[in-house]
Design a protein around this ligand. Sequence first.
Ligand code: HEM
Length: 429
Amino acid sequence: MYKLNRFFILRKTLNRQKYLSTIVNGVEEPIKPWKKIPGPLSLPIIGQILHFLPGGWLHKRSIELQQLLYENYGPIVRLDGNLGFPPITFLFDPEAAITLFRKEESLPFRPGFESLVYHRKHFYNKNVDDSCGVLFDQGEDWKKLRSLVNPVMMHTKTIKLYTNALAEVADDMVHRLKSKRNKQNMIETNLFNELNLWALESTGLVTFGERLNCLDPNLSNNSPAMKLIKTQQESLCMIEKLDFQPSLWKYITTPAYKKGIKTFDDNLRYTWFFIDRAIQKLKSKEDTSDEIKGIFEKIFKIDRDVAVTLANDLILAGVDTMVIILGNQYLCSVEDQFPQPSEFIPERWIVDKNNPLYYGNAHPFAYAPFGFGVRSCVGRRIADLQIEMLISKIVENFKLDWIGPPPKRTRRSTLNYILEPYNLVFNDI
Ligand code: HEM
């Protein structure tokens, strides 16, 4: 699944800058200039870009960027931004982060995905001012969408209606995993793709109110589901290239830009396959109150265009579960917050309060995977339920084991990638 941390562009909101200086030092201090925030050496004109180019210490790093920045510069780090990517402040102080979030305005600004937003505005939407979706819109446009979806997606009671259907999806996933095992009971195919298929099936069910059949054992590589997942993974790679690495696409038409636009086109085409199907079904079916309705159908009755935009959002956000930066993902892996952070110790969630491993000893904001406040993840209740269903079915059916060396770390980018080899063993109980 994905991570979406908020990142703040302090150049834009001076108040946040002021606030930061206050909380970090504990006393009111005059606003410090942006350039005083510690960060990699910045040279005139080219800024910090040299560190990210071949030969630079931040190019092709074997250690995560956030870890390098924290270890070298402390709890607040400045990246100036250059060649198409914006200035960023990394915040690794959970107390400061939570205070900042609490002070957030009613219309939080969350930048990012500029290439995708550009594609939606110039190649997909009819008018340049049309909505790009709840993930990407800002200000009043975002608020309008968000207030339509909140009652449908943020209420536990509404989401609980999907429990049985999601349990069936999880059962099918268990069957699929069983059928993909080799003689050592290890999954032969790409585990990352398998999880993407499950996520698409689960999110598709909640979105459209019906099964997409992504877990069908005979699913071919040319099926719309497989193509959707493939183009989604490719889209995220292109976003990483265009929006999270130095890139010239905003100034000239680069090959990466052309590839990105084509990939975003293809991805939306496959999402449309499912949207079209849902629209056709809605036209032909009678309204019965006792069946589970997808979010798409519920919103469609209020506003067709919003329903389509939202379906695009949910399928994108709910499948690969991607996005943006505030250092709490890194905070989850520091010893001060979670002792022995790189070890698999699930007991930390159930041990007694006196035990040093007790998860509650960490700062409450060190673990905030869904963000915080009015712009936090709108799919969190769905995600919680989906994950709860899958994990309980897996634990019921398998005794999990791990062979060989410890797992490689995930690669954090637009997405968190689980790196091969997947040495998980799925023994029958
Ligand atoms: C483990 C799974 C998931 C994680 C860790 C996650 C995490 C996040 C995070 C951190 C944000 C940004 C919050 C912020 O800016 O403060 C976010 C936003 C969002 N998520 Fe999720 N998410 C998950 C699953 C889902 C699912 C299943 C869906 C759809 C069904 C979804 C839909 C969205 C949408 C539409 C937004 C944008 C909300 C807005 O800007 O108003 N997410 N997610």
